[in-house]
Design a protein around this ligand. Structure first.
Ligand code: ITT
Length: 195
C-alpha cells in the first residue's frame, strides 16, 4: 500500500481522513514520521495555508504529503470565522469557546446560513501542487446539539438534514461533508496518478 503523510495536528481530522482513505492508502500521521513541529499557518486563504502545511512536511521530511485547511463561513458575519475558525475565540482548538463566541456573534440575527469549506493541498513527487476543494451548505442552530465530531459540528445543520453533524455517525457526515467531498476528489486523483 502506498504511504502518504497527512500533515495535521488535529486528531479528529486524522480519524476522518483515515476512515475515508484507510483501505486504499497508508495515511501516516505527523507523530509517525517523528514530526512534532508547530507548523506555521500564515497565509490569507485556505489554499495558501493548506499548501504551507504540506510544503513544510515535504521540504523538511521528504515525504509525499497532503494537508487540509478548513473552516466555517457564516454569511451574516461576512464569511467569519473562515480561516480563523480554529482560533476564533482566541485559543487555538478550544471548540467550546469557539462555539460560544459564534453563538454570541449571532444573537438576534435571523440569517443563520453558513458553509464549511475544506481545501486539500497535495505534494506528490516533483509534481506541481494539486488542490481539491469541498463545500457543504447549512445553517447555525441556536444551541450546541450532539456529541459526535468536533469543532462547530454541534452547531451546524447541513441543508436537508434534521440534525447536526454532531448527531450523525461518522459515515453519514463523511458522505456529505466538505472534507468528504474534497477527499473524494483527492482519492480519484491519486487513483488515476498511480495507474
Ligand atoms: P491542522 O491545521 O493541524 O490541520 P486545525 O484544527 O488547526 O488543525 P485548521 O487550521 O484547518 O485546522 O482549522 C480548522 C478549524 O475549522 C477546526 O479547528 C474547526 O474549528 C473548524 N472545522 C473544520 N472542519 C470541521 C468539521 O468537519 N467539523 C467542525 N468544525 C470544523
Amino acid at each position: 500500500m502506498e504511504k502518504i503523510v497527512f500533515a495535521t495536528n488535529n486528531a479528529h481530522k486524522l480519524a476522518e481522513i483515515r476512515q475515508m482513505l484507510g483501505s486504499r492508502w497508508q495515511v501516516l500521521s505527523l507523530a509517525e514520521i517523528g514530526c512534532h513541529d508547530d507548523i506555521p499557518e500564515t497565509a490569507e486563504t485556505f489554499e495558501g495555508n493548506a499548501l504551507q502545511k504540506a510544503r513544510w512536511i515535504k521540504d523538511k521530511y521528504g515525504y509525499d504529503c497532503f494537508a487540509d485547511d478548513s473552516g466555517l463561513e457564516v454569511d451574516a458575519l461576512g464569511g467569519a470565522p473562515g480561516i480563523h475558525s480554529a482560533r476564533y475565540s482566541g485559543v487555538h482548538g478550544d471548540d467550546t469557546a469557539n462555539n460560544e463566541k459564534l453563538l454570541g456573534e449571532l444573537v438576534g440575527i435571523a440569517d443563520r446560513h453558513a458553509r464549511f469549506r475544506c481545501c486539500i493541498a497535495l505534494l506528490r513527487g516533483n509534481d506541481a501542487p494539486a488542490f481539491f476543494e469541498g463545500v457543504v451548505e447549512g445553517e447555525i442552530i441556536d444551541r450546541p446539539t450532539g456529541i459526535a465530531g468536533f469543532g462547530y459540528d454541534p452547531l451546524f445543520r447541513p441543508d436537508g438534514w434534521e440534525c447536526t453533524f454532531a448527531q450523525a455517525g461518522a459515515d453519514e457526515k463523511n458522505a456529505v461533508s466538505h472534507r468528504g467531498r474534497a477527499v473524494e476528489k483527492l482519492a480519484e486523483y491519486l487513483a488515476a496518478a498511480c495507474n
